[in-house]
Every structure is written in structure tokens, then in C-alpha cells.
Design a protein around this ligand. Structure first.
Ligand code: ITT
Length: 214
């Protein structure tokens, strides 16, 4: 059974691959690197769930494979929920680089700038993640979501992770997400939370009479 993990983001792929690694060996996990000619699916939905569905359905139709997609982002209360579904391209108007690290830095610097005068008590935020599994016939097979609460730091700290991790401070751990090793982040993260729910559901689906012989 082949399943495609459809993300263009290497940080997400690394985390998802690590967390899916303990699923049965009968599953062969593929990534978009195995499909260099597949075009990118447009993400014009207004919610994480809608975009996760669009990506899962789009890549599943393009490849004919069962496909998992992740749509995620940072929701900052003092910014009215921004960057939200625009997290990946929040600073697009002020950074024309195609380098992922440069884009990440421009994105979090924009958030820090807009929050410059916001006091600690009002810097609450959360990462959210929606996962969706679809098949090549255009059916949604599974959906889960997860979140992790934090506070936006005044400056970036830490070198691990990706995206907004350096400015996302988790009070319970006394660290930013970028100060966590992958396995520590996966235990508490929005993506980790969504995957923990996802794995047993996928397992039941694979054991069900309908899909047992796929
Ligand atoms: P794909 O759509 O190809 O999966 P993407 O990076 O464009 O890759 P999204 O549209 O879901 O994915 O945008 C998610 C953005 O939210 C991501 O680029 C980061 O800026 C941010 N983000 C999501 N999860 C994060 C995490 O665990 N740590 C830090 N930033 C995260």
C-alpha cells in the first residue's frame, strides 16, 4: 500500500515522516520528491480544513494515490487571527526571495514588528494543523486537527524547527518551539496532536474489509 505525504515544506515532511515511521511496514510512504512533475495545488481556501482537503484531493487525483495533506499556521490573537491561513506567505509583499529560510525570517519579523507595542499578556497565539487523507477517486477518507497554545516572544530564539518556531514560546516548557528537538516538538505540537489522532484511524481504515486488500 502506497501513501503519498503531499507537502512541499521540508520541515513538515521531516516531522510527519518521523511520526508516521512506526506505522506498519506494509505501508510505503512516498513524498512529492517522488513526483517531480506534479504541479502545485492552489490553496485558496479560507480555513485550514478547507485547504487541507484541497491539497489532499488535488495531489490524490494527480497521482492516483491515497494522499495525506497538512494545512497549518499560526493564529495570533492580537492580530485578529493573522497570519492564519496566510502563514506561509505572510510577508510576500516585503520579501521576494524564494529561499525558504529567508521567507520564514521575513514572516516572523513581520509578526514581531506588528506586535512591537503589544504587552506580554496579550501576545497569546496558537499553532493549528488540519490533516486530510483523500483517495484518487476524489473521496475524503479521514480528517483530524490539532493545536498548541503559546505566546509570541519579543525576539527569535533557537535554531531548530522551521517557520515561526523561533518566536513561538511555550510557557509550560519554558522554551520556544525552535529550542525543541523534533521528537520533543512532535510530542506537544499541533501536528503531533493531529497525527496522534490520525494514526489509529488510518490503521482501522486499513483493517476494514473495504480496504484490507488494497
Ligand atoms: P505545503 O502547503 O506544501 O504543505 P506550506 O509551508 O505552504 O507547505 P501551509 O500552506 O500549510 O504549508 O503553511 C503553513 C505555514 O505555517 C508554514 O509555512 C509555516 O510558516 C507555518 N507553520 C506551520 N506549522 C508550523 C510549525 O510546526 N512551526 C513553525 N511554523 C509553522
Amino acid at each position: 500500500m502506497k501513501i503519498l505525504v503531499a507537502t512541499t515544506n521540508p520541515g513538515k515532511l521531516e516531522e510527519l515522516s518521523e511520526m508516521l515511521g512506526d506505522m506498519p511496514a506494509t505501508i510505503e510512504w512516498l513524498s512529492l520528491r517522488d513526483f517531480p512533475d506534479v504541479g502545485e495545488v492552489e490553496e485558496d481556501g479560507t480555513t485550514f480544513a478547507e485547504n487541507a482537503r484541497k491539497k489532499a484531493l488535488g495531489y490524490a487525483k494527480a497521482t492516483g494515490l491515497w494522499t495525506i495533506a497538512d494545512d497549518s499556521g499560526l493564529v495570533i490573537d492580537a492580530l485578529g487571527g493573522d497570519p492564519g491561513v496566510y502563514s506561509a506567505r505572510y510577508a510576500a509583499d516585503e520579501c521576494d526571495s524564494r529561499d525558504r529560510k529567508a521567507i520564514d525570517v521575513a514572516n516572523y519579523k513581520k509578526a514581531l514588528r506588528l506586535l512591537a507595542d503589544v504587552p506580554d499578556a496579550k501576545r497569546t497565539a496558537r499553532f493549528k494543523c488540519c490533516l486530510c487523507l483523500a483517495n484518487g477517486d476524489g473521496n475524503i477518507l479521514l480528517e483530524t486537527d490539532g493545536a498548541v497554545e503559546g505566546v509570541i516572544n519579543h525576539s527569535p530564539v533557537g535554531d531548530n524547527g522551521f517557520g515561526y518556531d523561533p518566536i513561538f514560546y511555550i510557557p509550560a516548557l519554558g522554551k520556544t518551539a525552535a529550542q525543541l528537538e523534533n521528537h520533543e516538538k512532535n510530542k506537544i505540537s499541533h501536528r503531533g496532536n493531529a497525527i496522534q489522532q490520525f494514526k489509529p484511524l488510518l490503521q482501522s481504515l486499513l483493517n476494514s474489509p473495504e480496504y484490507k486488500d488494497i
